[in-house]
Design a protein around this ligand. Structure first.
Ligand code: 1HA
Length: 270
């Protein structure tokens, strides 16, 4: 797999090849902890991959083999949030979580080393997770004076069940890749040297499938949990498909041509 680098972002790298985009958190000196600039870069990169018609699947990973992501950078955490280089405090990571969840292409977390704290929540937001045998998982919020009571709780509880989810948040222990697999936190575990090849193989399999079907499936998994916002996402897809029909286009054509619409040739299907 020979990916081409697109060097436009700070704190992250962006590669693409064969319909796959790879977004890499590139702060290995802090175990790929994110700061506001990192989150902004990730959001721009995900947006880019979302809009790029050549991209069908997105990989999220961390640089090096020691960490996927260790969450918010505690060294730039001020008294009311995480500071960027201008001194402003604010981190869009909750928006990033929603973006990963709702963008209409599968996102695969490729995890070597630590997925900890807010980094653990990021992998929960991805659609699939492939772990290296050196991966370690856990939440630390209650230890470092933080918590992600939103998707970090809801998705975790759905994945591993309430008892396990409470254990993970209430005890702040770490779990190895095998335990994570047994809990249903990750899809598979492979040797660290095989991690990228295995992840790309999963991506290639998805790229052979119908993009519209995958898109609607992803929206449907969200609709199950996201109430009206989830229905909006799923319904947006049906509107998009309806626009592509002659029936939908007749409504637009009639309006533009200033005439009454004629839907008589379109059957009322059983
Ligand atoms: O909960 C939230 C949020 C909730 C709501 C809304 C927004 C949120 C945004 C963020 C978060 C959070 O992410 S809170 C949780 C923050 N993260 C942590 O508590 C993890 C802290 N790190 C560790 O526990 C460990 O470093 C590690 C298990 C990931 C790795 O351990 P290891 O391999 O023994 O390495 P270590 O020596 O600890 O770390 C290597 C270097 O990386 C150290 O640098 P040094 O001090 O030697 O210069 C270490 O300080 C740095 N580092 C690691 N993680 C972070 C970090 N520096 C800043 N922030 C980090 N998260």
């Amino acid at each position: 797999w020979q990916a081409i680098e697109k060097p436009t972002f700070t704190d992250i790298t962006y590669h693409q090849a064969e319909g796959i985009a790879k977004i890499t958190i590139n702060r290995p000196h802090v175990r790929n902890a994110f700061r506001p600039e990192t989150v902004r870069g990730m959001m721009a990169a995900f947006r880019h991959a979302h809009l790029d018609k050549d991209i069908g699947v997105i990989i999220l990973t961390g640089a090096g083999e020691l960490a996927f992501c260790s969450g918010g950078d505690q060294k730039v955490r001020g008294d009311s949030g995480y500071r960027d280089e201008s001194g402003e405090e604010g981190l869009d990571v909750l928006e990033l979580q929603r973006q990963i969840r709702t963008l209409p292409k599968p996102v695969v977390a490729m995890i070597a080393g630590y997925a900890i704290g807010g980094g653990h929540v990021l992998h929960l937001c991805c659609d699939l997770a492939i772990a290296a045998d050196n991966a370690r998982f856990g939440q630390t919020g209650p230890r470092v004076g933080s918590f992600d009571a939103g998707l970090g709780v809801g998705l975790l509880a759905r994945m591993v069940g309430l008892r396990r989810a409470k254990e993970i948040w209430f005890l702040c222990r770490q779990y190895d890749a095998r335990q994570a697999y047994e809990m249903g936190l990750v899809n598979t575990v492979v040797a660290v040297e095989d991690l990228e090849a295995e992840t790309v193989a999963w991506c290639r399999d998805m790229l052979k499938l119908s993009p519209t079907a995958l898109r609607c499936m992803k929206a449907s998994f969200n609709a199950d949990t996201d109430g009206v916002a989830g229905l909006q996402e799923l319904a947006g897809n049906t509107t998009g498909l309806f626009y592509m029909t002659e029936e939908g286009q007749e409504g637009r054509n009639a309006y533009v041509e200033k005439r009454a619409p004629d839907f008589s040739s379109f059957p009322r299907r059983p």
